[in-house]
Design a protein around this ligand. Structure first.
Ligand code: GLP
Length: 243
């Protein structure tokens, strides 16, 4: 893992956006893994700025999102398809058919999960996977558990995760109880991973991710086993590596 620390969120957003942009410039048909939540909003805005300045094109790029809520219509403000359209896809030249978000309203969710994995297998591997991290160390919606999933699957969200995400809804009862998420197996197959962690409240979980034991109880800690992880943060955490 390589850790980059930033004094402020704006510099972090710019650097994270530049990494994604340099990937697409180097490989116009790059396959990007995208994330949602509050963390990537700023870096998506920086990507849009660079696109509008005519300095990058996503016309041949493909994207696969990590996850989607089950049971939220895509017209709902907080569906992740809606989030991605609003924060990025509607503002750049990527083709809609090249953007993929799991369908949380599929009648057969298990078939949808298998279909998502097949599409990723056929069109992947992901060149650069963008990740945020949940307060409990979840990646995508891979919640802490005694075991983790290889492929895309339907997950029951932890109460602490619903509590953390209720800020985007009017009431906790509106926060979905289930989601579809890429599995840790799929995430770890990405050629490179960019983990973005913002806010002092995430310092403890970032420390556990970088320096703690590798455990399914902190899914993000599995990133210690991946050969190419770049961590960008404004948290005051160090990566304790001794050679
Ligand atoms: N499924 C998403 C995750 O992909 C995201 O990393 C996490 C953190 O979100 P935030 O960046 O808002 O703290 O929230 C959600 O649960």
């Amino acid at each position: 893992m390589i850790l980059h620390k930033f004094k402020n969120s704006a510099d972090l957003d710019r650097a994270a956006a530049d990494l994604i942009i340099s990937m697409v410039r180097a490989k116009p048909n790059a396959v990007l893994g995208m994330a949602t939540g509050g963390t990537p909003v700023g870096l998506y805005q920086e990507i849009v700025k660079t696109y509008k300045a005519g300095l990058v094109s996503f016309a041949s790029a493909k994207t696969f999102n990590l996850d989607e809520y089950v049971g939220l219509p895509v017209t709902h403000q907080e569906s992740y398809r809606n989030f991605m359209q609003r924060n990025l896809f509607d503002h750049i030249d990527i083709k809609r058919e090249n953007t993929h978000v799991p369908d949380g309203n599929a009648t057969d969710v298990d078939a949808e999960c298998r279909n998502y994995d097949r599409m990723m297998f056929e069109q992947g591997p992901v060149d650069l996977q963008l990740l945020g991290i949940g307060g409990n160390g979840h990646i995508g919606f891979n919640e802490p558990d005694t075991q983790l999933s290889r492929g895309t699957y339907k997950v029951t969200l932890k109460q602490e995760t619903r509590e953390a995400n209720k800020r985007f809804f009017n009431h906790i009862d509106e926060v979905p109880t289930h989601a579809v998420t890429m599995g840790m197996g799929t995430i770890m197959q990405a050629k490179a991973i960019l983990l973005v962690v913002k806010g002092a409240e995430k310092a403890a979980i970032l420390d556990a991710t970088l320096n703690g034991p590798i455990t399914t109880l902190v899914p993000a800690s599995l990133l210690q086993t991946h050969p190419r992880v770049i961590v960008m943060t404004d948290c005051d955490v160090d990566y304790k590596v001794s050679f």
